[in-house]
Ligand binder design. Structure first.
Ligand SMILES: CC(C)(COP(=O)(O)OP(=O)(O)OC[C@H]1O[C@@H](n2cnc3c(N)ncnc32)[C@H](O)[C@@H]1OP(=O)(O)O)[C@@H](O)C(=O)NCCC(=O)NCCS
Length: 197
């Protein structure tokens, strides 16, 4: 199977993200295009989406999975990112390296388990290496069992566990993947990528 991927510029990509997030009932707080733009506009970033036909109408192609990632620097001014860097501080080396934060992503329910997220992750890794990144980091929660299982299959290593004493399902898990040619050699997906500005 060949995965059809669109790699978006910021304005169009932010609108597409706002649209696709509406299909994710499990996300407590869905991102608006304004939030996406505010987060990404002054930093290197990637917005990728996979498209596929509707199960009952092969002629209609819709966005089915997405992934948004951005550069994370040692000195951030946004309070949320400052906090993230601080929490990662002991586990991720920033100095002299480029770190990519895999911020949001998912696959719509009807298309899960068909390799869409793997294809987007492989595209993310290829882009990250081309753009000089050394490592991808991601944060999830204990209760995101599907995402944890997926990150395991995609060979992300656990960096740090942050327990939540009140509710252990809310505990945070930080993971990472170091990038290098060997990562590309393990890629399995066949991808057709279109750049949309
Ligand atoms: C997690 C999620 C992104 C996976 O997307 P997907 O397109 O179904 O994933 P893929 O089909 O590309 O699978 C990638 C790999 O992960 C594995 N995988 C997928 N879903 C899994 C699950 N629920 N449990 C364990 N492993 C899983 C697959 O077997 C596959 O491994 P393989 O390539 O070695 O065979 C999707 O289920 C999702 O969007 N879930 C909701 C999002 C979410 O939980 N967000 C929480 C905030 S972090």
């Amino acid at each position: 199977m060949e995965y059809h991927i669109r790699q978006y510029g910021l304005q169009q990509g932010a609108l597409e993200i706002q649209y696709i997030e509406e299909f994710f009932g499990e996300f407590p707080r869905r991102k608006t295009s304004a939030e996406v733009i505010a987060r990404l506009q002054h930093r290197d970033h990637q917005i990728v989406m996979a498209e596929a036909a509707l199960p009952d109408d092969a002629a209609t192609v819709v966005p089915v999975a997405f992934k948004v990632s951005h550069e994370l620097r040692e000195t951030e001014s946004d309070p949320e990112l400052m906090d993230l860097v601080q929490r990662l501080g002991g586990c991720v080396k920033f100095s002299g390296r480029r770190v990519l934060y895999s911020w949001i992503g998912g696959t719509r329910r009807d298309w899960r388990g068909q390799g869409f997220f793997r294809a987007l992750t492989e595209q993310q890794e290829a882009w990250a290496l081309d753009n000089g990144f050394d490592e991808v980091v991601v944060k999830t929660k204990n209760k995101s069992y599907g995402m944890r299982g997926t990150l395991d299959h995609l060979e992300f290593d656990v960096l740090h566990f942050e327990p939540n004493p009140e509710d252990r399902r809310e505990s945070k898990v930080y993971l990472s993947k170091r990038l290098g040619r060997a990562v590309l050699d393990q890629h399995r997906s066949r991808r057709d990528v279109v750049n949309v500005r």
